[in-house]
Design a binder for this molecule. Sequence first.
Ligand SMILES: [Zn+2]
Length: 148
Amino acid sequence: MSTTQATTVTCPHCGRTNRVPAAAEGSPRCGNCKQPLPWMVDAGDDDFTEVVERADIPVVVDLWATWCGPCRMVSPALEKVATDLAGRIKLVKVDVDKNPRLSQRFEVQAVPTLLVLDRGETVARQAGAAPAPALRRWVEESITAREG
Ligand SMILES: [Zn+2]
């Protein structure tokens, strides 16, 4: 029943290109060197449950829009965080204009709005741009409180 797509990720450890599914049990590892891979996918109204709420690891959700300048700064910063924290988080991007149900559900007033979800429960939320080190600190604090 999956409508989700696989994406390809280059392993930061050995350079091997891996196919990574949008939704899977656990978290993806490199087929060659077995290191955790950065997990960065898109989701929307139709596959949010499968891709985000059923994930086994915490999910950082980037609610963004194509016309949003700060989003274009935050996205690469979040990708760096997702690479640094590979195996511990999944990064999921949601285009708010294409996914009105999610925008409404999370009451998105400004973009980017960033969420940390753990098994469907929102554990942290912030709006606006921030540099990668600040985002990483925010994400780590959010997930460390849950990892205990
Ligand atoms: Zn590898």
